[in-house]
Design a protein around this ligand. Structure first.
Ligand SMILES: Cc1cc2nc3c(=O)[nH]c(=O)nc-3n(C[C@H](O)[C@H](O)[C@H](O)COP(=O)(O)OP(=O)(O)OC[C@H]3O[C@@H](n4cnc5c(N)ncnc54)[C@H](O)[C@@H]3O)c2cc1C
Ligand SMILES: *[C@@H]1O[C@H](CO)[C@@H](O)[C@H](O)[C@H]1NC(C)=O
Ligand SMILES: *[C@@H]1O[C@H](CO)[C@@H](O)[C@H](O)[C@H]1NC(C)=O
Ligand SMILES: *[C@@H]1O[C@H](CO)[C@@H](O)[C@H](O)[C@H]1NC(C)=O
Ligand SMILES: *[C@@H]1O[C@H](CO)[C@@H](O)[C@H](O)[C@H]1NC(C)=O
Length: 569
């Protein structure tokens, strides 16, 4: 859509070239080794801890474990460093199908994504920073009730009251107007309030017409709206890697290896003793003397477990993998599904809108303006469907602006879906993409709420505040529904939009839970010295975006590891 504007592309390229030169220096240095040979601090045969995956969680854990000077830590990442495009918040969609993406698609879905044959595109970060280097940067913690449910289902220590301090430990909150929550907390991950645009008050008063109030949704107590809170600093994206590892990358006890594809975890007698990985077409085996920490994300952590022999026995037998332990890996995949719609603003007052070139100039000179907003996102709202109440909202909406500021969009998703899917291996080859089947909308409950999501998107645009702007639906973004008799159903079936928040493929739970892969200390059931710590361990999907909760999990995992090996305190 936005990318189709030739002038815009031209300016983007100029902008990137300009910044790429200015920032290259930051990428030199010991840690981003192109090969083992030009690494001044040589790879060792053995480390205390090996962390698999340098994404949101892996970055947190690498940073926290290497605080202990007597521990040697190795971080293995399949991708390389991020490109400069990833810095500009407005263009995350340009990062899809690049070298920073694993380029996955789902298996054929029957109830959505029919405009692309049922194969929904499924980006995942393959880069230092992982999916946080290609995502939309929206910072939402989840509802208190989400975490209370985790604890209630047999995971002591995970209720909101217990984990709250880990959100606090992770975040460095910087309110745009320095009022809001009123403090700057001391964590690594910047959480900024979005710069307001002229459009922001129209969005907020539209939401107000539905009785919603402005509130800090990150308190997790219920519905309402707020200006987006985002992981952006001075107009640039901050990935988990930028936040947690860059400031400490000189630590001599932390080794980081990029372009290192982990192919399996090595076991001896039910104990994880090391990792096998491929780099530059050579296989390496490195020992871990204390623990292996698997942080390859919800798609690749279960893939690596199964490649290593931990998974459902029948499935492993089919693929010819030697079984280490029967485990329900991959069996309870969950994700958010929703819809995105675009609207023309026909009555934008002179002086309010701005063309793309002016937006670029403003960004390049001041690092301000619309391009500092993630895909133009300005406002986020949590709203209840008819199945819930405002203190436990089950729909989330984002309201944003196009780069010429003469169009806007609203997207929304079903935030507590009941559908569960499955993740399996295509084969025993580590380079084959896993089969991702989120099984979207298999629960009737989800489909009913999805209809309410779509309805609410259109209801917002019919509010007095949005009508004042001459808001007109741009149906041509959904051409295959042009003549549909049941328009809402057609939109859902053809144009449903995954929100890329997969969780629960290595679900946390007690030994009595038939779907639990890890225990509440994140240790793989039945295996010694192996933990999983990333979004895959979430037992139920949070009612919002999930990157913040992933950082929280990783902060807590780091403390669990320190407690176990050093003693509490
Ligand atoms: C397009 C998109 C938009 C999103 N928008 C938002 C948003 O606005 N807000 C939000 O909260 N969340 C958002 N998310 C979700 C969020 O970014 C992720 O949930 C979060 O980053 C997950 O963190 P993780 O540590 O579990 O995995 P990741 O961050 O994905 O990290 C996994 C890492 O492991 C590496 N890896 C995988 N396999 C191997 C292997 N075999 N060997 C070595 N390394 C390996 C990967 O390359 C990657 O770097 C979005 C996600 C996407 C894809
Ligand atoms: C994804 O596709 C891009 C563009 O074709 C390519 O450069 C990149 O290497 C691909 N990623 C992977 C993991 O294959
Ligand atoms: C294997 O592990 C079991 C239980 O952890 C232990 O009893 C046994 O002695 C171990 N065997 C070897 C060969 O290490
Ligand atoms: C939200 O819940 C309230 C009752 O708490 C209800 O009156 C309202 O209709 C619900 N909203 C929607 C969109 O159904
Ligand atoms: C909708 O109907 C018009 C007029 O009959 C036709 O030209 C167009 O191709 C139809 N669109 C689709 C998607 O079927």
């Amino acid at each position: 859509m936005i990318a189709s504007n030739a002038i815009t592309i031209f300016h983007l390229v100029i902008g990137i070239a300009f910044f790429e030169r200015a920032s290259l220096a930051a990428y030199d240095g010991c840690l981003l080794r192109k090969s083992l040979n030009d690494c001044p601090c040589a790879l060792m045969e053995s480390y205390d801890f090996i962390i698999i995956g340098g994404g949101t969680a892996g970055s947190v854990i690498a940073s926290r474990l290497s605080e202990i000077q007597i521990w040697n830590v190795l971080l293995l990442e399949a991708g390389e460093h991020e490109s400069f495009q990833s810095r500009i918040p407005f263009f995350p969609q340009l990062l899809e199908k690049t070298r920073m993406d694993w380029n996955y698609t789902t298996t054929r879905q029957t109830r959505t994504c029919q405009s692309v044959g049922g194969y929904c595109s499924y980006p995942r970060g393959r880069v230092l920073g992982g999916s946080s280097a290609i995502n939309y940067m929206v910072h939402m913690r989840g509802l208190r009730a989400d975490f209370d449910r985790w604890e209630a289902r047999g995971n002591p220590g995970w209720a909101f009251e217990s984990i709250h301090r880990y959100f606090h430990k992770a975040e460095k909150f910087i309110p745009y107007d320095r009022h809001g929550r009123g403090f700057e907390s001391g964590g690594y991950l910047p959480v900024n309030e979005n710069e307001p645009s002229w459009l922001t008050p129209f969005f907020t008063s539209a939401l107000g017409e539905f009785g919603l109030l402005r509130t800090d949704l990150n308190e997790g107590t219920g519905g309402g709206y707020m200006p987006m809170q985002v992981n952006i600093l001075n107009g640039a994206r901050v990935s988990g890697y930028d936040a947690y590892v860059r400031p400490i990358q000189e630590r001599p006890n932390l080794h980081i290896l990029t372009s290192a594809l982990v192919t399996k975890i090595l076991f001896e007698n039910g104990t994880a003793v090391g990792v096998e990985f491929e780099k530059d077409e050579e296989l390496y085996k490195i020992q871990a003397t204390k623990e292996v920490v698997l942080s390859a994300g919800t798609i690749n952590s279960p893939q690596i477990l199964m490649l290593s022999g931990i998974g459902p026995v029948d499935h492993l037998r089919q693929t010819g993998i030697t079984i280490v332990r029967d485990s329900p890996v991959g069996l309870s995949l969950q994700d958010h599904i929703g819809l995105m719609a675009f609207f023309r603003l026909d009555k934008v007052a002179p002086g309010r809108g701005q063309d793309a070139i002016a937006s670029f100039k403003e960004y390049l000179t001041n690092r301000r303006g619309v391009l500092t907003s993630p895909f133009g996102g300005l406002v986020v709202a949590l709203v209840n469907s008819s199945y819930s109440s405002l203190d436990h909202p089950d729909m989330q909406f984002h309201l944003g602006v196009g780069e010429n500021q003469d169009i806007c969009y609203i997207n929304g998703f079903v935030s507590r879906p009941k559908s569960r899917g499955i993740l399996t291996l295509r084969s025993s080859n580590p380079k084959d993409p896993p089969m991702i089947d989120p099984n979207y909308l298999s629960s009737k409950h989800d489909t009913s709420i999805m209809k309410e999501v779509v309805d609410f998107i259109f209801r917002i645009t019919m509010s007095n505040s949005m009508r004042e702007l001459g808001t007109k639906y741009m149906a041509h973004f959904h051409p295959k529904c042009e003549n549909a008799s049941e328009y809402t159903s057609c939109l859902i079936k053809r144009y449903g939009q995954p929100f890329f928040h997969p969780v629960a493929t290595c679900k946390m739970g007690p030994g009595t839970d038939p779907y639990a892969v890890v225990d509440p200390q994140l240790r793989v059931h039945g295996i010694q010295r192996l933990r999983v710590a990333d979004a895959s361990v979430m037992p139920h999907i949070p009612s919002t975006n999930i990157n913040a909760a992933t950082a929280m999990i990783a902060e807590k995992a780091s403390d669990l590891i320190k407690d176990e090996h050093l003693g509490p305190g």
